[in-house]
Design a protein around this ligand. Structure first.
Ligand code: NIG
Ligand code: FE
Length: 431
C-alpha cells in the first residue's frame, strides 16, 4: 500500500483528467495522432489495459479504494518508448563541452582521439559488474523520467569481448527494471588498432562480432555510423548483409553532419529505423517513406552541439514517414535523458505539433522498435505501461520545458516510480 491508501498494483486508475491515446500509424504519422479523453478511468488486468470508462465518469461505481490508484485529475500518457540511446559508457565528457564552448568542433575533438574513442578507453578498462551497475543506474533514471521501454546500443567497446560485454551490461542492467531492445553498434567508429585497415575491422564485425551477438541472443538489431569520419555506405552494406542473414533488424546513424547515401541504403534494406537524418535529401525522404522506415529524430544532439541544421521533420511527416523523437543519450553529443525536453525541441525546432511530439515518443518509438501493437498506446489490449503527469493537457508537456518528471510511472500495471523516485521493492512483472 502507498501513503494515500492507493494500490501499487491497482485494478483501476481513477480520476484521470486527460487520457492520451496515441493512434496506430496510418502508413506514416497519423493526421490526428493522439485522441484525448477527459475525466475517465481505466481498468487493468494482467499487466494490460482491459477497459476504458466513459468520458465524464471519474471512477466506476462500487469499487474499493484499495483496488484503485487515484490520478488526481492529472494527465495519463503511455510510458515513453526511448528509441535511441548509448548508455554503456564509464565517464562523462564535460571537458569536451568545455572545449566546444571555446569554439572547438566535435569532429576536431574526435579526430584528435577524443569523442567516441575516449569512451572506448573507459569501457575497455571496466569490469562487466561495473558496466552493469552504471547502465542500471541510467536505466533507473529513464524509468523515473517516464521511459518504460528503451533501445540501448553497444558501441564503446569496438572489440569482440568489449562489444559483447556492453550488450551483457545492457541485458543485466535492465533485468527486472524495464524492457530493453538491445542493438549491436560495433561499427560506431574505427578502433585505433584498425586505423590503417578499417575494412579488416568490418571483417571482424561481420565474421565474428555479429555472429557471436546473435548466437548469444544479445542483440535484436545491428547499427552503423555512416559518416565521412566513420564508415562508408559500402561498409554499411556488408554489416547489414551480415546482420540480416542472422535475422537481426537494421538501424543506421546517417546524415548527421553530411548527406552520405546512408538513407537510401536504409530504405533498400527495409531498416527498422534511420536515425539523425538532419541532412537527408528530398529524394531520399521519399525512398524512406515508401520503404516504411521509421525516422528517429535526435534534436538534442543538434542543440547540444550548438548546430542549427535540424532535421526536416515536416518533410518526413508530409512524405508519409513514421517519426520518432529520442534523446540519443550519450556522453558526447547528448547527455540528457529527458524525452519531454526532446518534445520541446521537436515542437520548437522541428516544427512538430505537441500531439505529433507525444506520438513520436510513444507510438513512434514503439514503431522504431517493432512493438507498435503492444506498447506506445493505452488502447484496450495494450500493455499497462503508463505515466501520470501533473499537467492539464498534452500541450503542457513540451511547454513546461526542461524539468518535467512524472508523478507516477507504471510498468505492466505495477507502480515502478513515484514522485521521481524508484519505488522500493519494485520488480518488473515477468511475462
Ligand atoms: O549518436 N553519431 C554517433 N554517435 C553518437 C555520439 C557518440 C559520442 O560522441 O560518444 C551520436 O550522436
Ligand atoms: Fe546515436
Amino acid at each position: 500500500m502507498i501513503e494515500d491508501g492507493s494500490s501499487p498494483h491497482p485494478r483501476y486508475i481513477t480520476g484521470i483528467g486527460v487520457l492520451a491515446l496515441p493512434q496506430l500509424p496510418a502508413g506514416g504519422l497519423p493526421a490526428s495522432p493522439v485522441t484525448c479523453l477527459r475525466n475517465v478511468w481505466i481498468e487493468l488486468e494482467n499487466g494490460a489495459v482491459r477497459r476504458i470508462g466513459p468520458e465524464g465518469e471519474s471512477s466506476p461505481a462500487h469499487v474499493k479504494s484499495d483496488e484503485c490508484f487515484d490520478a488526481a485529475n492529472g494527465l495519463v500518457t503511455p510510458g515513453f518508448v526511448e528509441s535511441h540511446t548509448h548508455p554503456v559508457f564509464v565517464l562523462s565528457r564535460q571537458y569536451e563541452f568545455h572545449l566546444r564552448c571555446q569554439g572547438k568542433k566535435y569532429l576536431e575533438i574526435a579526430a584528435e582521439g577524443g569523442g567516441i574513442l575516449s569512451s572506448v578507453r573507459g569501457v575497455r578498462g571496466a569490469t562487466l559488474p561495473d558496466l552493469t551497475a552504471l547502465v542500471r543506474k541510467r536505466f533507473t533514471r529513464f524509468l523515473e523520467l517516464g521511459v518504460t521501454t528503451v533501445e540501448a546500443k553497444s558501441g564503446y567497446g569496438l572489440s569482440l569481448k568489449d562489444e559483447l560485454n556492453s550488450l551483457k551490461a545492457i541485458r543485466d542492467g535492465a533485468e527486472g527494471l524495464l524492457e530493453v531492445s538491445p542493438t549491436l553498434l560495433a561499427a560506431h567508429t574505427v578502433p585505433p588498432e584498425f586505423k590503417s585497415a578499417p575494412d579488416s575491422y568490418i571483417d571482424l564485425i561481420c565474421n565474428e562480432i555479429i555472429p557471436a551477438a546473435a548466437e548469444e541472443n544479445l542483440a535484436e538489431a545491428v547499427d552503423i555510423f555512416v559518416e565521412e569520419s566513420a564508415f562508408s555506405v559500402a561498409q554499411a552494406r556488408r554489416v547489414f548483409e551480415a546482420g540480416s542473414k542472422l535475422g537481426l533488424g537494421i538501424r543506421i546513424h546517417a546524415d548527421q553532419f553530411s548527406s552520405s547515401g546512408g538513407a537510401s541504403l536504409a530504405a533498400e534494406f527495409g531498416a527498422w529505423s534511420a536515425d539523425h537524418m538532419d541532412c537527408t535529401s528530398p529524394d531520399e525522404i521519399d525512398l524512406l517513406a515508401k520503404a516504411g522506415v521509421t525516422i528517429v529524430l535526435l534534436p538534442g544532439a543538434v542543440f547540444f552541439l550548438g548546430l542549427n541544421k535540424f532535421a526536416p521533420a515536416r518533410k518526413f511527416i508530409e512524405a508519409g514517414c513514421k517519426v520518432a523523437l529520442s534523446t540519443d543519450f550519450n556522453p558526447g553529443t547528448s547527455p540528457t535523458q529527458s524525452l519531454p525536453l526532446m518534445m520541446t525541441l521537436g515542437c520548437n525546432r522541428l516544427k512538430m505539433s505537441p500531439a505529433e511530439a507525444l506520438w513520436a515518443v510513444t507510438m513512434g518509438g514503439a514503431s522504431a522498435l517493432k512493438r507498435q501493437h503492444r506498447i506506445g498506446s493505452l488502447l484496450p489490449g495494450y500493455q499497462a505501461d503508463l505515466s501520470l503527469w501533473e499537467a492539464p493537457d498534452i500541450d503542457y508537456l513540451p511547454y513546461a520545458y526542461g524539468d518535467s518528471i512524472p508523478s507516477a510511472v507504471f510498468k505492466k500495471g505495477s507502480l515502478a516510480s513515484l514522485k521521481g523516485g524508484l519505488c522500493s521493492g519494485y520488480v518488473m512483472p515477468a511475462d
